[in-house]
Ligand binder design. Structure first.
Ligand code: GLC
Length: 744
């Protein structure tokens, strides 16, 4: 046996025993602390309050948080920012009898001081390394500023753009969403929890929050268990497998039981089948809100239901603080139920090193270095450019030439700063909110020295005031090209921001019409946190970039793409409807018994009599300044068993003028199975860089995992049968296809 085998075996064993020894040490330490705690102190660890600095939910005013912390009645704070403020709260915790340190949580959703594109925009990059880096930088900045826990990633699959929180997730696809969930957890937690630049991830919202009826936030969710397991749970499992330290439950009821009191979700699945050893925090007030749900009579019963169902920490409802001791006294719950929750929380505090040094995340020098870091800004600019989707580019109007003489930059989103941050930015008191490159500044930086730049607002985002049109038209007439930046407001998407009408608001498209009438070429930038409906723009503007909300470097990233320093490569992570009347609309739907395959026939098939069945833009759609040809699809065999795999090869050629990246997507269709299967499902993709004129042959592997699904008994199975394999540039642009058979 070669020596290297013995060396690697020794290394493996030593690492294994070290880790498990460490876990043993921590668990002994947790037990030793638990043994010292009174019941009131145990309940204190399950109690989380917001700092009143910034509120992210309905406020409950109580002014004795400081004394509660000094008495060991609080386990965590959220929304407390900056080493100074965090240090002050932690100092109070050190005055408690047992000196148990506080956890500090924050919604670091897409950056801390350096703001990255909103998560849905990052999802459009299909670039896992970039997405992981974004989370890594966010964690580095947040942890330097006192935070050791972020309430992210949000991994809720969403098929309804009326729901404002689509901006916070990874879109409609389970496969893409699962990869992104893993990338974000890995980014936030870094190599090892306990590192000074690591924060605990918090996978949310468990579960199926994105399936709220009508796209209305907090609304009910009702679905088959099969759909829950097949579509909505996998990203949570991917996040857990990536080592996520915590979970957050959701406001919604799932099949009639609020997630917070849902033992099937939190105990049977999460802590049971999935063996999750971290802890679950409720969403803001969601324990107490079970009274509103009509699931419990009062707060006492709410606390009973939640602790039994596996909600470990109570964010802001005070149900645990006010009722758990009485529930124990009334013999409604054993102390062991509370002990389990406390141990889960204490273990994380040990893993974070907070017992060794409660102030380890409060170093002002490190904070200053981390928050003003040129490398972070550079990374933000790069991923922002990767997130911009080129929707249209008639006659190759884009990229613009840097020697364009006169450019008119028009619209209500040209000059604002904060709008570019989107929802869930972190507003840090005293931190310069001008630390954002506006779209106007980005243009100036790019071509201000060589071109004449003209500006007009034109109109507001909302309202019917057209008084600004004349000025906009006048400067358009002077320009060689017009850039129009329109869209919704950044706070028109996000939490509690559901919209029944997802058109571009106000008179912005009327302004476009007037500008087009000047005969000048118009490039439209659409800023939004969700898929919008903009058919006039889509049908009449010669070039369109979907710029979402791109964060601190928005202006520079947009200019990089406008002038070709970056060739756009993003692909839509959600279907864009033709009309809100089509919603919910998503690509991986079932065929039905009377499939509608075109818009010409509405007789006895699953179509609308008054609207096309096709979306405006399909899942996975996005153009490039160059073109890609797909050829030579080969599979290693056309029959495989579940123990086998099929090797797939396809050649992509860059036939255009620019180097570029293409997201080559692989879809499968299981043609016949014991439960109906989607007409196609994304099962793999590769984002590849190809120089102009060059070709690349890329490879995929089809294995049993990619062919499996939940059958009627919720077993994860493969079934022999025929499969269609499709390779495409989007879910609706299938370039090559073939078939194979799965045999016994
Ligand atoms: C909010 C959100 C949740 C967030 C929490 C703390 O209501 O639903 O995503 O993490 O409260 O701000």
């Amino acid at each position: 046996m070669p020596l290297k085998f013995f060396i690697s075996a020794f290394l493996f064993c030593s690492i294994f025993f070290t880790v498990s020894a460490q876990q043993k040490t921590w668990s002994n330490k947790v037990d030793s602390v638990l043994h010292l705690m009174t019941l009131e102190e145990k309940i204190g660890q399950l109690n989380q309050y917001t700092d009143d600095l910034t509120l992210t939910g309905p406020a409950t005013v109580d002014n004795d948080k400081a004394s509660q912390i000094k008495n060991g009645q609080v386990g965590s704070l959220l929304n407390s920012l900056g080493t100074t403020r965090v240090r002050s709260w932690q100092t109070m915790a050190m005055q408690s009898r047992l000196k148990i340190p506080l956890l500090f949580g924050q919604d670091v959703i897409h950056g801390y001081k350096t703001t990255f594109p909103i998560p849905l925009a990052e999802a459009a990059s299909w670039d896992m390394d970039a997405i992981e880096l974004s989370a890594r930088i966010a964690a580095t900045e947040a942890s330097a500023s006192g935070i050791n826990w972020t309430f992210a990633p949000m991994v809720d699959i969403a098929r309804d753009p009326r729901w404002g929180r689509v901006m916070e997730g990874a879109g409609e696809d389970t496969y893409l969403g699962s990869l992104i969930a893993k990338a974000r957890v890995t980014g936030f937690q870094g190599k090892k929890l306990g590192g000074l630049d690591a924060v605990m991830a918090c996978v949310k919202h468990f579960a199926a929050y994105g399936a709220a009826v009508g796209g209305r936030d907090y609304n009910s969710v009702d679905m088959s268990e099969r759909q829950l397991w097949e579509v909505y749970l996998p990203p949570f499992k991917a996040a857990l497998d990536a080592g996520a330290a915590t979970f957050m439950n959701s406001f919604n009821d799932v099949n009639g039981i609020p997630a917070t009191g849902n033992a099937y979700l939190q105990r049977t699945i999460l802590k049971g089948k999935w063996n999750f050893t971290g802890f679950v925090v409720s969403d803001w007030g969601s324990i107490g809100e079970m009274v509103n749900h009509g699931y419990v009579k009062n707060d006492y019963e709410a606390a009973l239901s939640a602790i039994r169902a596996g909600s470990d920490m109570d964010m802001e409802s005070r149900s645990y603080k006010n009722n758990l001791a009485k529930l124990v006294k009334d013999n409604k719950i054993p102390v062991s139920l509370i002990d389990d929750a406390v141990k889960r929380i204490l273990l994380k505090k040990f893993e974070l090193g907070l017992f060794d040094d409660p102030f380890r995340f409060c170093n002002t020098t490190r904070e200053q270095q981390a928050l003003n870091n040129a490398a972070h800004v550079k990374a933000a600019r790069a991923i922002a450019a990767k997130s911009i989707v080129l929707l249209k580019n008639e006659n190759h109007l884009l990229p613009l030439s840097k020697s364009t003489k006169t450019i008119a930059f028009i619209g209500p989103l040209v000059k604002p700063l904060l709008q570019n941050k989107g929802f869930w930015d972190v507003t840090i008191p005293g931190v310069d909110s001008n630390f954002i490159v506006s779209q106007w500044k980005g243009l100036q930086n790019k071509v201000g020295a060589s071109s004449t730049l003209l500006y007009a607002k034109g109109c507001d985002i909302e309202g019917d005031n057209k008084a600004g049109f004349a000025e906009a038209i006048a400067i358009a007439k002077q320009a060689d090209v017009v850039i129009l930046s329109i869209g919704e407001k950044r706070d028109m998407s996000g939490e509690a921001k559901s919209r029944s009408n997802i058109n571009i608001p106000g008179v912005q498209e009327d302004l476009l019409k007037e500008l087009l009438a000047t005969g000048k070429p118009v490039v439209v930038l659409i800023n939004a946190g969700r898929p919008l409906v903009f058919n006039y723009t889509a049908d009449h503007a010669p070039a369109i970039l979907y710029t979402w909300w791109l964060g601190s470097e928005a202006g520079n990233a947009i200019a990089d793409v406008l002038f070709g320093d970056v060739n756009p490569s993003a692909k839509l992570p959600m279907t864009f409807p033709l009309s809100v009347g089509q919603v919910p609309i998503y690509y991986n739907h079932f065929n039905t018994g009377r499939p509608a395959t075109n818009d010409n026939n509405h007789i006895y098939n699953s179509s609308y009599t008054d609207l096309s069945i096709f979306p405006k833009y399909a899942f996975g759609y996005g153009l490039s300044y160059t073109d890609f040809k797909y050829s030579d699809l080969k599979i290693s065999k056309n029959k495989m068993t579940a123990k086998d795999q099929i090797d797939v090869a396809v050649t992509i050629t860059n036939t255009g003028k620019y180097d570029g990246e293409e997201v080559v997507q692989l879809y499968l269709h299981n043609k016949v199975a014991s439960v109906v299967r989607p007409i196609k499902e994304l099962k793999d993709f590769q984002k590849i860089q190809i120089a102009t004129g060059a070709s690349k042959t890329i490879h995929f592997q089809i294995n049993a995992q990619k062919l499996s699904f939940y059958n009627q008994q919720l077993a994860w199975v493969t079934e022999p049968g025929d499969f269609e394999l499709m390779i495409g540039s989007s879910s609706a642009d299938i370039r090559l296809k073939t078939e194979f058979e799965l045999v016994k």
